[in-house]
Design a binder for this molecule. Structure first.
Ligand code: UD1
Length: 356
């Protein structure tokens, strides 16, 4: 069996790691296509190195652009790649423009598509990620759902017969990396200027947070007013929008820091007093590490983190301040995101469907 993975953005490299390892362990041929959506070394190369992922076999070099330009560039470059590789499965990950473009190109070449992290929904139709998820799920042949809630969403859309719950591959990664995590990275402590446990970790990068000047200014105001130093891991989109809108992060609790390599992000999170984020993955990582999270959005796809009390949604400055400074959540040993063996299940499922 030959699997061809299409990845392009930072969270997809994390999800690729356990799949690459599980495929290698089963002797499955695995072709990795990097679309080039993320091209800065700190958003891309460092993940391959740190997570032991083989170098991509193909680089499409799609780069930045509008959603249409980015999706279109990947789509048109994929034809020749798929024609040459002729995989048994095209595996797409999550909800980025690379996911949708990889799916469309495979479907049009009559190649079977499997969607990893299928069935997540925010029900916010203004989000580019929601367009990508819904369209990908409806076009793909096998829907690899991380949770029971995701399975229910797919069933409600008439997709039950294509769905398999495999668990969450990011839990696999976390289980692998967790034992090697030592304390907070020195650069984070130096930036925070305080001891471990006495700072918050923040990431803000989504279009809905960064592209509206008033929204971004309100987020800046609330983070600056927090009671502990906030190490803000600045994504290129946040830096670019802050510059163009004249938003000043200085003069309060915020300390800007470059994005971190994955093991360092987990170590920084584990040693923090809390997380403030609009990222999907970080909400879940905070939960798995049992660090309280405040999500700067009106909804989340990872509803289990909220239901279990480890995550709150907050959009106004008052809500963000109250959320971050809330009392500690009730301890829980719930495992809604699986047992750390999701990637093995993915490979077994694809093998089963390939060989009947
Ligand atoms: C994308 C995904 C989002 C995911 C996020 C993780 C879509 C629609 N969005 O958002 O779901 O959570 O990745 O980071 O696919 N840029 C750089 N260097 C890079 C990459 C991007 O400077 O290596 C700049 C681009 O020029 C652009 C901005 O960052 O201005 C946004 O990049 P883009 O890939 O469009 O989307 P993300 O915001 O990263």
């Amino acid at each position: 069996m030959k699997i061809l993975s299409v990845v392009g953005a930072r969270p997809q490299f994390v999800k690729l790691a356990p799949i690459a390892h599980a495929a290698a362990a089963r002797g499955v041929e695995h072709v990795i296509v990097h679309t080039g959506q993320h091209y800065d070394p700190m958003l891309s190369d460092v993940f391959f190195t740190d997570l032991g992922i083989p170098a991509p076999d193909v680089h499409l070099g799609a780069g930045s652009g509008s959603h249409g330009q980015q999706t279109g560039a990947i789509l048109s470059a994929m034809d020749a790649v798929l024609e040459e590789a002729r995989p048994d499965w095209v595996l797409v990950y999550g909800d980025t423009n690379s996911t949708l473009a990889g799916t469309l190109s495979a479907v049009k070449m009559h190649l079977p598509v499997a969607h990893l992290e299928a069935g997540l929904r925010s029900f916010n139709r203004a989000m580019p990620e929601e367009h990508n998820r819904v369209l990908t799920d409806h076009a793909a042949d096998v829907l690899l759902a991380p949770t029971e809630v995701a399975r229910q969403h797919l069933a409600a859309e008439g997709l039950a017969d294509r769905t398999v719950v495999v668990g969450d591959v990011m839990t696999d990664v976390l289980h692998t990396v967790r034992d090697s995590l030592t304390g907070a990275p020195a650069s984070v402590l130096a930036t925070a200027g305080v001891e471990a446990g006495e700072y918050y970790v923040a990431t803000i990068h989504r279009a809905e947070s960064t592209d509206d000047p008033e929204r971004l200014a309100e987020i800046a105001r609330s983070l600056k007013a927090l009671d502990k130093p906030v190490v803000l891991l600045a994504h290129p989109r946040l830096v670019a929008r802050s510059e163009s809108f004249g938003i000043d992060w200085s003069g309060g609790s915020v300390r800007l820091h470059a994005p971190l390599p994955y093991p360092e992000l987990l170590a920084a999170t584990m040693s923090s007093a809390g997380v403030v984020t609009d990222s999907g993955g970080l909400q879940k990582e905070a939960f798995l590490l049992r660090v309280p999270c405040t999500t700067v959005r009106t909804e989340t796809e990872w509803v289990e983190t909220v239901d279990l009390g480890w995550n709150v949604l907050a959009t106004t400055a008052e809500e963000i301040l109250a959320g971050v400074q809330r009392p500690a959540p009730t301890p829980t040993d719930a495992t809604p995101y699986g047992d750390g063996h999701a990637a093995e299940r993915v490979v077994e499922e694809l093998l089963r469907r390939t060989h009947g």
